[in-house]
Ligand binder design. Structure first.
Ligand code: ATP
Length: 433
């Protein structure tokens, strides 16, 4: 239908980007493919008035498929049709753009748009394997447009960039390159790897890490790429490769992968597996927070803010150093007072209850084994223990309601945690004393 509508208007329509890549890969592997993201490009007109062709086509299609939701992104002359949980289509996202080239007013800025041909549209893309198009309109519908050798690179299993300046223009492409290499089991073509190293040496990260940057869109894209990588099963080797390329400097110039960081990430994984099998925490974000927490204290909050992490995460990273110091100091002094094995669970509970779970996990992975074990015990056992009686019980037992209830319940909780009180009778006796 889309190609009919385009043809009616004398336009060409192409399937481009990831869907073409994945179709060709599935064909080679004789596999099946479920595409949920379709990128279409309209081309073949000459009047500037038609730069809105993509939007017009999307509107026409929406008339034909009223269950689709239409979104128009004016500045970029693109439109999207979304089917959410349509019984036949499940969820499907179709982006329709007008063929365009992008010129960068200064490197790594947000692309500005002007109408252009399909070849130029493909040339502005990141890698050869993502820069192929499949013509959908006659004549020659079904023809593959492969100006840059994408098919050969697919067969050679390599990620090759289209031009030398690509990573300077947009450093987030380094992360995309690593992501595609890991996801598809490909390697970075040697010249492409050299371009990456050159971009890093020439300080391209300066633009992604600069505070109050003029290009917040770049940081948004970096965060999106980090999310894709850190939530994928290949996140560890991807991080390792980013580290080897020096590309973690795009997060902060001092960020490096070392044994200490790898150890902390291992502990974090163990912790998330054990304490959060229900995935109530956002695992990719915890990994990113652990990376950021590996930086010197004075950088952490700024980096989190720069990457536009949520408010609670930014706050955590601003103050983790201070809280970690406090937790470590207090646990050490409790151990010094009564001996390592004499610290009571209630003392640890009182110390740790003020922190949220992600904060405790981050503190734990950065602390000594002794402190870590206390935090683990708190998270797995002590945090879940409730006082044996509640406010209602206190009232029934004849205690006059008032602010003293809180203290009584706190004392009771401490006694329960420390094993002094194990049942209701003992609890009532404890309160009576
Ligand atoms: P995925 O399967 O992960 O969605 P995709 O190739 O569809 O892969 P998208 O991020 O959806 O990736 O991007 C769609 C297309 O837009 C890409 O195939 C690529 O051609 C182009 N593209 C996306 N981001 C960039 C970028 N930073 N620079 C150049 N081209 C890009």
């Amino acid at each position: 239908k889309a190609s009919q509508e385009a043809e009616k208007r004398g336009w060409h329509l192409y399937l481009v980007g990831g869907a073409v890549r994945d179709l060709l890969l599935a064909e080679e592997a004789s596999g099946t493919l479920l595409i949920k993201d379709i990128d279409l490009v309209v081309d073949g007109f000459h009047k500037t008035a038609e730069v809105g062709a993509g939007v017009e086509l999307a509107k026409a299609l929406q008339q034909l498929y009223p269950t689709a939701r239409l979104e128009i992104h004016g500045a970029f002359q693109t439109a999207a049709l979304l089917w959410h949980k349509d019984p036949e289509l499940d969820s499907l996202w179709v982006d329709i753009a007008t063929a365009r080239t992008e010129f960068y007013p200064y490197p790594a800025a947000n692309p500005e748009v002007e109408a252009s041909s399909i070849r130029q549209d493909l040339y502005r893309r990141d890698f050869t394997i993502n820069a192929m198009a499949l013509r959908l309109t006659p004549p020659r519908a079904g023809e593959l447009l492969d100006f840059f050798g994408g098919l050969l690179d697919l067969q050679a299993k390599q990620i090759r960039v289209l031009h030398a300046n690509s990573f300077i223009e947009d450093p987030t492409r380094i992360y995309r390159g690593v992501r595609f290499a890991m996801r598809l089991g490909f390697h970075l073509e040697p010249q492409t790897e050299e371009y990456i190293r050159y971009a890093i040496t020439s300080g391209v990260y300066d633009r992604t890490t600069r505070e109050n940057s003029k290009t917040p869109a770049l940081q948004t894209r970096l965060k999106t790429e980090l999310k894709h990588i850190l939530e994928a099963p290949y996140w560890k080797p991807a991080l390792q490769l980013l580290g080897d390329l020096g590309a973690l400097q795009c997060i902060h110039p001092t960020l490096k992968i070392d044994e200490e960081l790898l150890g902390q990430l291992r502990l974090l994984e163990r912790c998330l597996r054990r304490f959060d099998s229900q995935q109530t925490l956002i695992h990719w974000q915890m990994r990113l927070e652990a990376l950021i927490a590996h930086l010197a204290a004075e950088y952490r909050g700024h980096v989190a803010k720069n990457l536009q992490l949520p408010e609670d995460s930014i706050n955590r990273l601003y103050c983790i150093a201070q809280h970690q110091q406090k937790v470590n100091k207090n646990i050490s002094s409790l151990e010094a007072e009564g001996g390592v094995d004499e610290v009571r669970p209630s003392q640890i509970e009182q110390l740790l209850r003020q922190y949220d779970v992600p904060m405790l996990i981050l503190i734990a992975v950065q602390s000594s084994r002794g402190v870590r074990r206390k935090i683990w015990q708190y998270l797995t056992v002590w945090r879940n223990i409730q006082p044996i009686l509640n406010g209602n019980d206190l009232r029934k037992l004849g205690y006059k309601p008032g602010p003293q209830y809180r203290q009584m319940l706190d004392d009771l909780l401490a006694a329960t945690l420390d094993g002094v009180v194990c049942n209701r009778d003992e609890a009532e006796e404890f309160l009576a004393k």
